[in-house]
Design a protein around this ligand. Sequence first.
Ligand code: NAD
Length: 263
Amino acid sequence: MTKTVFITGAATGIGRATALLFAGRGYFVGGYDIDETGLQILAADIAAVGGAGVVGHLDVTDADEVSQRLSEFVAGAGGRLDVMINNAGLLNAGHFEEIPVAVHHREIDVNIKGVVNGLHGAFPHLKTTPGAVVVNLASASAIYGQAELANYSATKFFVRAITEALNLEWGDHDIRVIDMWPLYVQTAMTRDVKTGTTTSLGIRLSAQDIAEDIVSAVEPTLPRRLVSQVHFAVGTQAKVLALGSRFSPAWLTRLVNKRLAGR
Ligand SMILES: NC(=O)c1ccc[n+]([C@@H]2O[C@H](COP(=O)([O-])OP(=O)(O)OC[C@H]3O[C@@H](n4cnc5c(N)ncnc54)[C@H](O)[C@@H]3O)[C@@H](O)[C@H]2O)c1
């Protein structure tokens, strides 16, 4: 039995690195994106690592297309959907009021509605696959609202909340729903981003770092299984921030975030 993984936003960055890592581990990989040129390169690279899979166009904001691609993928992959990765995302940095409202709306469409579409479309297939896992790409900006990333950060709080809720709800169907909380990663998403926190914290993680943590979150160690871990902070900085926010008083968490944002 070959396990399968469906990844949105797989043409580049974290999605691409994750697709290649799963391919190398023998999974049948579905890589989907609006960037079809990037997908052709991914397909060649999956073959180069001796992997198997398919790639195809998918705009996560189109619920019908999401359902259709998932059904086609599962039909061609032996009727299984072991891992669904809601990874496609957009980030707009800057002062909230200076970013056009249509740009905020597009970020909400991709980061929020795209995840809702992925979850909804995947459910029938996850339900019929024993031990299925959903991985949503949230962010360390789901720990405390981030200045100069206000709308982005808010979309990631949505991802955090829907992950927590469905982790409880879909436990009834033997579906484990988790999310990843990386701090800044060196990808196209952060290439031209300069905020208070990119200056104070730097952009230290690679897409490969996140991909490796996704694979180990999908196939967790016994202790992680026993505590039913839901959120996976990636990298030392995100782990410290996540832990700090849990144990420090609200005023201190605010002050730390204010200072990190250079305010
Ligand atoms: N880069 C970071 O610092 C960072 C940190 C934490 C979380 N994340 C999250 O990780 C995920 C991946 O980020 P990344 O850094 O690899 O970004 P990236 O920009 O390198 O890649 C994102 C991919 O999503 C695709 N995409 C965009 N809109 C789409 C749509 N409507 N339908 C389908 N695909 C679409 C893009 O074409 C691109 O291939 C995102 O959800 C992001 O918010 C990134």
